[in-house]
Design a protein around this ligand. Structure first.
Ligand SMILES: [Zn+2]
Length: 270
């Protein structure tokens, strides 16, 4: 993240009135401290005992959350949620309106299986405020996935809706059996970028499928929200078995549903 972007955020939260010059000096630091004090309950670590870079990322997350751009937990790691929250913020202040991302269904895609439609997920999976938190379960894979935005970390635990968990677990075990550990690593398929997350849809106002616990993301950077085939990495031939296996297990690739956001898979049709 550029220093000037953090200054723009600090100006938007009313903490900073200095120049948007990318020179992160005493006034910028004082503004950052004010954010840290005000949002101390959101921080998952002590911001004064880490690197400047991580501290500034965390400050940006806290500002974005305050401004309702849903950066996720304030952990100082610049992942896909922080990136997209910042993108939305920058779009708004540049254009004076919220970005709208079209998600029109692709004509020739009709997956098999008893998969809920997006418009029905509130009835079938539950209400993200009142019901979903009690219906989440944690899958424990027999192998680990790397954390996409911090590759030194890994996990074998994924939190999703209980009605989607078996399918996802089976899908990922089948993906692993097809590719093997080394190839998954080489292709970046093992770069886990998040599942359950109570937030609104990017470039929209409805709940994200992530808020229902029926969505998961992998390898965000080359598979962006706005990127179509053939530019998106997961459109490549080497990734076809990955997408096929996920789809066979009712976890549908967004790149096949609406032709963008290749990082994203969901157990919901359009
Ligand atoms: Zn997603």
């Amino acid at each position: 993240m550029e220093d000037r972007h953090l200054q723009m955020l600090l100006a938007a939260t009313g903490d900073y009135a200095g120049g948007i010059d990318g020179a992160f000096g005493p006034r910028s630091n004082a503004a950052m401290l004010a954010v840290e004090l005000r949002h101390a309950d959101q921080y998952t670590f002590d911001p004064t005992s880490t690197t400047d870079h991580r501290r500034q990322t965390a400050c940006a997350q806290a500002c974005l959350n305050q401004l309702n751009y849903a950066a996720g937990i304030v952990d100082g790691w610049f992942g896909v949620n922080t990136t997209e929250a910042l993108n939305s913020f920058l779009f708004k202040i540049t254009n004076g309106r919220e970005e709208v991302i079209e998600r029109n269904p692709l004509a020739d895609f009709s997956p098999s299986g008893d998969i809920p439609r997006q418009r029905d997920v509130a009835n079938i999976y539950g209400d993200p405020n009142t019901q979903i938190p009690g219906r989440l379960t944690t899958i424990q894979l027999p192998f680990k996935l790397r954390i996409d935005h911090n590759l030194r970390q890994s996990t074998n635990k994924i939190r999703v809706h209980r009605d989607c968990a078996q399918q996802l677990e089976a899908a990922l075990i089948a993906v692993r059996a097809h590719y093997g550990a080394e190839k998954m690593n080489h292709l970046g398929i093992d770069r886990y970028a998040g599942a359950y997350n109570k937030r609104r849809m990017r470039g929209g106002t409805k709940w994200s499928m992530h808020a229902y616990g029926c969505a998961i993301d992998f390898y965000a950077a080359p598979n962006g929200l706005r990127v179509k085939c053939p530019q998106a990495l997961f459109c490549g031939a080497k990734y076809k078995p990955f997408l096929d296996i996920m789809q066979e297990h009712e976890w549908l690739p967004a790149i096949r549903l609406w032709g963008k956001d290749a990082m994203h898979f969901q157990r919901a049709r359009l």
